[in-house]
Design a protein around this ligand. Structure first.
Ligand code: NCD
Ligand code: ZN
Length: 343
């Protein structure tokens, strides 16, 4: 097969940032994707429906002329999140999900949750109204090894939380482990996003033969057996797994330094890279389910009408994009991506 037309895909986990970076990165997502769940970890974070409304306005204003891209907004859960504000934001169609960042887990997560009890009123309301909780599934305790943080989170945070708030719908964001995959498979109401980069990276790619800051993201890529479990889940057709690129731009100056930021900027190459991975797995016929159907079904949203055509032709992606704050390196998997989006 050298041409594949699928229903227009959605990105169920995306960082668009703000200001000059937003303006530069947004067209890279709006070109291929119809909708995206927009993460709220700005500095300061998107805490209230009013914040989300204002941020949505800035995203809409930054869209290329004529684009029909739809940003789906999220709120950043804190210990002070007001259940009424969340419910009102959801009722008006503004808020599609709420995001849990354990405090200190990742970029701009300092205002995240330390004591889950304090977030219970908001979580209970979300369960009542069917509003999904997107979780950054890592514990932050310094004694927990960074490669174990996801597996420990499932056992010590997510499972107890789901028992305390029955009916809460949860998306385990950017799942990176075989344990995460099997947790999703064995628990109803739990879905997971999978990134494109976690389908091609294991921890050797980051660390062996030199340190590669542009492969560093959180949760950090794990052993090869975990990467394989992710490929198996993504290409299985199982409706609980869907695309969330977690495209997370940082300017090069913030990545290529003694203490670099976490995040891979994959938006410009995400769909071609997925086609490459799905073809290698003999599962091109399941790419549409993963990128265009499963997520919409999980969120109870209609599927997109439009289409996206991919063609087998080596991708010639730009190494960097220019932003008003400096260059941002585009994710390069280290091999030639065999597919591109048809012009
Ligand atoms: C994200 C970012 O930079 O905002 N970074 C990342 O490594 N994925 C935050 C996140 O999703 O963890
Ligand atoms: Zn993210």
């Amino acid at each position: 097969m050298d041409r594949l037309t699928i229903r227009r895909p959605d990105d169920w986990h995306l960082h668009l940032r703000d200001g000059a970076v937003l303006a530069a990165v947004l067209p890279e997502s709006s070109r291929d994707f119809a909708r995206a769940i927009v993460m709220p970890n700005l500095a300061p974070p998107v805490l209230t429906a009013a914040d989300a409304r204002a941020y949505r306005g800035r995203v809409m204003a930054a869209l290329p002329e004529g684009s029909e891209f739809e940003p789906l907004m999220t709120l950043y859960l804190t210990e002070g999140t007001d259940p009424d504000d969340v419910a009102a934001g959801h009722a008006e169609g503004l808020v599609t999900a709420v995001k849990l960042y354990p405090a200190g887990a990742t970029t701009n997560s300092a205002s995240g949750v330390r004591d889950m009890d304090k977030a219970l009123p908001a979580l209970e309301r979300m369960a009542e109204i069917g509003l999904p909780l997107c979780v950054h599934g890592e514990v932050t305790a310094p004694e927990v090894d960074i490669f174990d943080r996801e597996a420990v989170f499932l056992e010590t945070v997510l499972d107890p939380l789901r028992r305390r708030v029955p009916g809460l719908r949860v998306v385990l964001e950017h799942v990176t482990t075989a344990e995460g995959v099997s947790y999703v498979r064995s628990n109803d109401g739990v879905g997971a996003t999978i990134t494109a980069h976690h389908l091609v990276l294991n921890r050797n790619h980051i660390l062996a033969g030199g340190i590669r800051p542009h492969y560093y993201c959180l949760p950090v890529a794990k052993r090869e057996k975990h990467r394989r479990a992710l490929v198996e889940a993504a290409t299985s057709g199982d409706g609980d797994f869907f695309l969330g690129t977690d495209s997370a731009p940082h300017v090069d100056a913030a990545k290529e330094t003694s203490c670099g930021c976490a995040g891979c900027f994959t938006a410009p190459v995400a769909m071609p890279l997925l086609a490459h991975v799905f073809e290698e797995a003999g599962a091109l016929d399941r790419l549409e389910a993963f990128a265009s159907s499963n997520g919409a079904a999980y969120y109870g949203l209609p599927r997109n009408d439009g289409a996206l055509t991919l063609e087998k032709s080596p991708l010639d992606a730009p190494p960097k994009i220019v932003t008003g704050d400096g260059p941002v390196t585009v994710f390069d998997p280290g091999f030639t991506i065999a597919w591109r989006v048809a012009p």
